[in-house]
Ligand binder design. Structure first.
Ligand SMILES: Cc1cc2nc3c(=O)[nH]c(=O)nc-3n(C[C@H](O)[C@H](O)[C@H](O)COP(=O)(O)O)c2cc1C
Length: 193
């Protein structure tokens, strides 16, 4: 059975347009992969916290001792073992909502999700594809830095393929936000045909 990890890094609970695109993607994905098991991780629910010095020291001690059973590694294992990673996050301050970075700081652990040797980093994750979904109030074209950063994270963790779907200019007066959203949803549906 294929495992899908949906990282819901949308901040607005009601009315998030990013979440709307994610739901269309997930619906199409599940039609194309009827046996897939989707796990949803809602980051705004407080599942991840920023690091403290104490927490980092505890983590280092666990890694040194090979204590990979500690619950602090559960999210990293979940990411490592997923066949597909789907990320939904609004386009904030030229990249993404900060909660996604906090999540990454929790899962990026040497010898768990990536390794390192004299050639640099190599990935330890199973994922075949990372899908990045975002919506922006203004222009995203040419400055999709959040996606570019996540492409680097995918590569570092061993996920070779990435794709991105987005809707832009949703908050600019004079643009038809509903029509832009419909177009983005259609592009997602087309990608599965
Ligand atoms: C804190 C914050 C930062 C934002 N930064 C940007 C930005 O840098 N560029 C942009 O085009 N829109 C920006 N926006 C607008 C959002 O990208 C836009 O409203 C988006 O559709 C929100 O997604 P949502 O409907 O899923 O919440 C920002 C909005 C907020 C609240």
């Amino acid at each position: 059975m294929e495992k899908v990890l949906f990282l819901d890094a949308c901040i607005r609970e009601e009315g998030s347009r990013t979440k709307q695109l994610c739901e269309v993607y997930l619906e199409e994905f599940c039609k194309a992969h009827p046996d897939a098991e989707v796990e949803r991780l809602v980051l705004r629910d407080g599942v991840v916290k920023t690091h403290t010095l104490e927490k980092l020291e505890e983590r280092d001690a666990c890694v040194r001792a090979g204590n990979w059973d500690h619950p602090m590694f559960d999210l990293g294992k979940q990411y490592r073992d997923a066949d597909y990673i789907i990320i939904g996050t609004p386009y904030w301050d030229l990249s993404f909502a900060a909660i996604l970075k906090v999540y990454l700081e929790n899962i990026m652990v040497a010898d768990l999700t990536f390794g390192c040797n004299d050639q640099g980093f190599y990935g330890l994750c199973k994922g075949k594809m990372m899908t990045y979904i975002t919506t922006g109030g203004g222009v995203i074209d040419g400055q999709n830095y959040g996606y570019e950063y996540m492409q680097a994270i995918a590569k570092m963790t061993g996920i070779d393929d990435t794709e991105c779907f987005y809707a832009q200019n949703l908050d600019i007066v004079g643009f038809d936000a509903d029509a832009i959203m419909e177009e983005a949803k259609e592009m997602i549906r087309e990608a599965f045909k």
